[in-house]
Design a protein around this ligand. Structure first.
Ligand code: CTP
Length: 432
């Protein structure tokens, strides 16, 4: 787990209660710590029967608190000595949250260190329930959840699945990665993009020849999904328009799945109508078969020639729409090049009226399609070139979003007169 900007130096009070899902919270504590958060774990007595406090202590590198009455040396009992933990926390996360602890929180009981600190805390709280399906669906629990929600407590899960009893049902805790997404969402919501709408495209498109064959490219969607997450981390409302990928949806995005370039075009034009930012990371196919056969094409003795026709250029269409609506205010494109990186990327930025272009040489080792890392240059129309070293796609996304925040905060960033129609006309006139 690499550092995550929105978690840097944030204080998280992680309350662990007594359920078998507590073992998964070890992974969460580890992820949060590695990502840069300061994690103070408070466990109920029941939780310590499932996982040893030492495990959390080793993972977070910090003391773990369990006992309301123990005195940490001469002086005050633990709950008084540590009430400061509750006051200084940026977020209280209770995971797993048992039915018993939810009931106590609802009624303001303070009968152990965790419930005492939770009652004293003034920061946001996230509860991650885990319990037997019958306990979850019980009207008592549901009423408690409703009351807590009404007081502003955030809930994540539970989900359906196999539970400790071996039965299937709703009550299973969501996975640590997903909990992490909820934590990022809460901690990021007042970030520099709060109130902004960001549209991100990701992944390849598929252009079908017949019902079982298509033209596509090896884009994994990783860079686009990382951009969506980085925008969420800064508080934006994010629509992620994704071609076919196997990536999990970042918690908090509105995801629109598309297949072809035409579908991507339609979805993007609709989504950007009121958006502030478009981050166009998708690897959109430039050509599609002129005809899609309704049935599987059978092989014959002779060679097969395919006639390809142009797909719509999404960015060019956005540029045209933008001249009328003023949305999106900031457009960022990507250039995947195998030669003359800077010149080709600058030409694309000009032609498609972008405010930034992220250029990467797809032939460079460890950069581009299908790998976790990327090496890019961010170019701007004023002639600037920000060369970034080889880094993770998440780190590239952070750098791009920082530039977007800067662009939105400078009034002059908004509309540049674009040579937008040029590209559209070029596209209509002749295939490239
Ligand atoms: N793009 C688009 N619509 C297309 C093709 C590409 O909006 N039909 C976008 C991509 O998402 C990217 C930018 O245009 O942000 C540049 O894409 P790229 O494939 O590098 O360039 P093309 O314009 O397609 O030019 P070429 O394939 O000739 O390099």
């Amino acid at each position: 787990m690499e550092p995550i900007g929105v978690l840097q130096g944030r204080k998280i009070l992680l309350g662990v209660t007594g359920g078998i899902a507590a073992y998964k919270i070890c992974t969460l504590a580890s992820h949060l710590t590695q990502a840069g958060a300061e994690v103070d774990v408070v466990m109920t007595e029941a939780a310590t029967r499932f996982v040893a406090p030492l495990t959390f202590q080793a993972l977070t590198g910090r003391p773990v608190y369990t006992d309301l009455w123990s005195t940490p040396g001469p002086g005050l009992p633990t709950h008084i000595a540590h009430v400061g933990l509750a006051h200084s926390a940026d977020l209280v996360v209770i995971a797993p949250a048992t039915a018993n602890t939810l009931a106590k929180l609802t009624h303001g009981l303070a009968d152990n260190l965790l419930t005492t600190l939770a009652l004293a805390a003034t920061c946001p709280m996230l509860a991650v329930p885990a319990m037997d399906a019958g306990m979850w669906s019980n009207p008592a629990t549901q009423a408690n959840v409703e009351t807590l929600r009404a007081r502003g407590v955030h809930f994540a899960g539970p989900t359906r699945g196999r539970m400790a009893s071996g039965l299937e049902g709703e009550g299973r805790m969501i996975e640590p990665e997903e909990i992490l997404g909820h934590i990022r969402l809460i901690l990021g919501r007042n970030g520099p993009l709060a109130g902004r709408r960001v549209v991100v495209t990701a992944g390849p498109t598929r252009e079908f020849l017949d019902p079982v064959r298509f033209l596509s490219n090896p884009s994994s969607g990783c860079q686009g999904f990382a951009l969506a997450q980085a925008a969420l981390d800064r508080g934006a409302r994010v629509t992620l328009i994704a071609g076919p990928t196997h990536l999990p949806t970042p918690v908090g995005v509105e995801r629109v799945d598309v297949v072809s370039a035409q579908e991507m075009h339609d979805a993007v034009l609709e989504a950007v109508a009121e958006a502030d930012v478009l981050l166009m990371a998708a690897a959109v196919a430039d050509y599609r078969p002129e005809k899609t056969a309704p049935q599987k094409i059978k092989k014959g003795e002779r060679d097969l020639t395919l006639h390809l026709t142009r797909t719509p250029d999404v960015l060019a269409a956005v540029a045209e729409q933008r001249t009328e609506t003023g949305h999106p205010r900031v457009v960022v494109g990507f250039a995947a090049e195998s030669q003359d990186l800077i010149e080709n990327a600058r030409a694309k930025m000009e032609a498609k009226g972008m405010d930034l272009i992220v250029a990467n040489d797809v032939t460079a080792p460890d950069a581009g399609f299908g790998v976790e890392t990327n090496q890019v240059v961010i170019l701007d129309p004023q002639g600037g070139a920000q060369e970034l070293p080889l880094m993770s796609k998440s780190a590239v996304a952070e750098a791009v979003l920082d530039r977007v925040v800067d662009l939105l905060s400078t009034a002059t960033s908004s509309r540049r007169p674009a040579q937008k129609t040029t590209e559209t006309q070029r596209a209509q006139r002749s295939p490239k």
